[in-house]
Design a protein around this ligand. Sequence first.
Ligand code: SF4
Length: 421
Amino acid sequence: MNRETPISTGCLNAPVLKQRGQHEVFCGLTGIIWLHRKMQDAFFLVVGSRTCAHLLQSAAGVMIFAEPRFATAILEEKDLAGLADAQDELDAQVSQLLQRRPDIRQLFLVGSCPSEVIKLDLSRAAERLSEVHAPNVRVYSYSGSGIETTFTQGEDACLAAMVPTLPPSEAHQLLLVGALPDVVEDQLTGMIEAMGIKVACLPARRSGDMPTIGSQTRLAVAQPFLGDTVSALTGRGAGLIPAPFPFGEQGTTAWLRAIADAFDVTDETFDAITAAPRARARKALDKVSETLRGKSIFFFPDSQLEVPLARFLTTECGMIPVEVGTPYLHRGLVGPDLALIPEGPLISEGQDVEKQLDRCRAARPDLTVCGLGLANPLEADGLATKWSIELVFSPVHGYEQAADLAGLFARPFLRKAALQL
Ligand code: SF4
């Protein structure tokens, strides 16, 4: 991205259609699937129902071959009779688990939405169990409830739960916030460190590498759905570096540039470190985006990645956004991306699903990005769809993944073309 480009406000000040009605959401427990892979000495104990256990098992079926690092403590109907007994039962389950698995250093008690679970005070349980099992294990709690949330809020709640326990420090440092696949995190932190910036990550891969936090900590946020985590971190004095999210060549460059500026890195150093991967990303993207150029796209609200992805697909792949729907429009985080989307699309927040389906069917976009529940009915109507959840499970950030990210959106077009041959 050219730093001399005149500042345009794009869709930043566009009117936002806010609708509240029936909405399609997916459960916040889903985050456990990618979080347990990231945090190698953590265990996630869902306090929930058989439905929660089924969701986790089916979403993470591959894990049956490995030593699992998540489980569901199923609360039976009879537990409703005495919540004190339920607390005792939970303590006993945790003790058994920690005895059997001495490798666990962080234990997350994850609440769910059945009413009997909501009545349990898991934060008090976490405090009590942390005291019992200190110093070997720290116990946290958060809610992964599927009521009124989007599936990415599970990660936000998990990371926010850790913030109060981060040790204070006045070091001038960067904190990379958001769970990224290790390979992607290594690429990004490698470039940041090459600029001479000390960087730590939340979440850390192991509890021993937990970051510190203070007024000299600057936050580079990698996922747009971490509003509560960022509030908790700024509440501890850290400062957010506003930037577009690191999707595509331009997004990654703008994100790194904002970090470099916050740490007074010279243009020469910045260019020396980013020039080669930028050129690679641009070349790879040019090829993949041929399929996408001029195609229209409609986003239903689901992952909270909608605004940064619309920015990427518009400015780097030549797509035409019709509607960019998002569950929550967190301007503090997605404002820089919103400002880069040229005026034109309808920006919508929240959902009244029937009305939104009517708008989508009327627009007949070339591609619709939506949750699992809406994809089949839309495909039945002859519309090509992309599951938004796939974008959270795939490595999509940074230069080396720029073409893969575009490729995820190109795939439905290529499949359709192959079927028509
Ligand atoms: S937390 Fe709620 S929505 Fe999620 S699996 Fe359990 S019962 Fe279903």
